[in-house]
Design a protein around this ligand. Structure first.
Ligand code: ADP
Length: 484
């Protein structure tokens, strides 16, 4: 396939802006250069924040119904560009195109549309007092929102944040991850042609530290930050944002447990585990890379899981048959492989993968790694404690509910978990006791935009989704009305 050449731009105040310095964009599957993007520095960040501030006056007052009209046009335009967006997401991330064709773009549109509707129908509260006063609560937009997103599911992340931020009347400066700038630029083009007023959505590219990311977190014109990324970055942003007391919502790393009890439906358990282990090459904070299997079915499960993993097809992400794509960048591949080396230096055993696939050119230059299964681990091993963010999972046996919970909760993270059992009582007990913002029982990655989403412990601060987004993206103002 002919490599594209994307000339990515900032989007500031309704105009596409070149910027001054540019950085290269690489296709993860071949490491070829597929374009360049501008690095936003103080000048561009200031211009974007100013444009968003200026646009806030009209957008915040437009009313939820008018905003819904505009945002629905944006969502429709996203759907109309589905094929383009599916390919762009693969150029950006290296994820197999078949994943993007399985409803990914519809979800982008739904993220915008859901909150556009929600903002129209939610937000009123009134508290009449016995004395005759009536308190009512106004939900007002906060101001300029900086949305800082990671590279793993970039357009999903962007729309999860853009949807509620704009629907509730804020204006936005989006800072996409430097490794995946194309999708955000394309979304800006689509928003622009769909008639989003200038300055309502701005996109500034660049890096984290000492670049657009850090500049936004310190900017006095930014009132709130919704960030998804690494826990260490979250801590830096919290420090930087403290000087101007910004409102924060963080969705950070994860190290989800996938607990499979002996009474689980084994076929289903294998299928779900395959997804929770290797979806998006394991570059997914919601993944369940710690498989905990009740001892009586451990051997059988492991054997079936290995067999199912061997059926995955690693390679050219644009080939519709491919099920596992490339990791995002050579440095990241190195980092993921270093965990395999760490495991090799312990009592653990790599029963599948651990190496790179043998692929024809140009994919032999890509960041591919065979899905890797490690057994013989101890819960305190680094591979069981640290977020690897790649197609590398551990499988370990456990005896009984209590031990499963102790292992599952024995990590610093608390984002998500999977529990597989046919025993309803056990499912309820374990789901209640596990440290996770989201627990899926007998399933994985079902996302309902109405429910709270976020993490416990080192996995985040705050929740987004439904009225949790309403709370984060609006100020509550109480008005006390006298009856005199
Ligand atoms: P990931 O490795 O998953 O991309 P990061 O936390 O490194 O996670 O990056 C997530 C996003 O945060 C990216 O858009 C990145 O540019 C941005 N970022 C990284 N460091 C900082 C920082 N110090 N301040 C603001 N944004 C940052």
């Amino acid at each position: 396939m002919q490599s594209p050449s994307f000339h990515v731009q900032h989007y500031i105040g309704g105009a596409f802006v070149e910027g001054t310095r540019r950085f290269e964009i690489f296709y993860p599957a071949t490491n070829e250069i597929i374009g360049t993007a501008p690095e936003g520095r103080a000048e561009e960040v200031d211009a974007a924040v100013q444009a968003a501030t200026h646009a806030f006056a009209a957008w915040s007052r437009a009313g939820a119904a008018e905003r819904r009209r505009v945002l629905k046009a944006f969502a429709d335009a996203i759907r109309a560009h589905a094929e383009d967006l599916e390919r762009i997401e693969t150029w950006d991330v290296g994820r197999p195109i078949r994943e993007n064709r399985a409803g990914y773009v519809q979800r982008l549109a739904a993220n915008i549309e859901f909150f556009a509707d929600f903002a129209v129908t939610h937000g009123s509260e009134a508290y009449p007092m016995d004395s005759g006063y009536i308190n009512y609560v106004l939900r007002q937009p906060v101001g300029v929102a900086a949305l800082i997103t990671p590279w793993n599911v970039p357009m999903l992340q962007a729309t999860w944040k853009i949807g509620p931020a704009l629907a509730f009347g804020n204006t936005v400066v989006l800072k996409p991850a430097e490794l995946t700038p194309i999708g955000a630029w394309k979304l800006a083009q689509i928003a622009h042609s769909a008639g989003l007023p200038p300055g309502v959505l701005n996109v500034v590219h660049g890096f984290g530290p000492e670049s657009a990311g850090a500049l936004l977190t310190q900017h006095p014109g930014v009132q709130l930050i919704s960030f998804t990324g690494e826990s260490t970055t979250g801590k830096i942003i919290m420090g930087a944002a403290s000087h101007t007391l910004k409102r924060l919502s963080f969705e950070l790393g994860g190290k989800g447990a996938n607990i499979i009890f002996a009474d689980a439906d084994l076929d289903r358990a294998v299928a779900i585990s395959l997804r929770s282990s290797f979806f998006n090459q394991g570059e997914f904070c919601l993944a369940g890379p710690r498989l905990l299997v009740e001892r009586p079915i451990y051997d059988e499960f492991l054997q079936r899981f290995i067999a199912a993993t061997q059926q995955l097809r690693v390679g050219d992400p644009m080939d519709p048959e491919t099920t596992v794509g490339a990791l995002i960048a050579p440095e990241h591949l190195q980092r993921v492989r270093s965990y395999i080396d760490i495991a090799r230096g312990t009592q653990a055993e790599i029963v599948l993968g651990g190496d790179q696939p043998d692929l024809p050119a140009p994919f032999n230059r890509g960041n591919f790694l065979n899905p890797t299964i490690i057994v013989g681990v101890q819960p305190q091993d680094r591979v069981c404690q640290e977020e690897i963010f790649g197609p590398v999972v551990t499988v370990a046996p456990f005896d009984g509910e209590e031990e499963a919970l102790a292992i599952a909760n024995g990590v610093a993270y608390g984002l998500s978990a999977v529990v597989q059992t046919r025993n309803l009582g056990r499912a309820v007990r374990v789901a209640g006791a596990i440290d996770a913002g989201t627990v899926w029982i007998n399933d994985f990655f079902v996302r309902d935009l109405r429910v709270p989403f976020g993490g416990m412990k080192q996995s985040g601060i705050g929740r987004e989704g439904g009225h949790y987004s309403l709370e984060f993206f609006t100020e509550a103002k109480t008005v006390c009305l006298s009856n005199q």
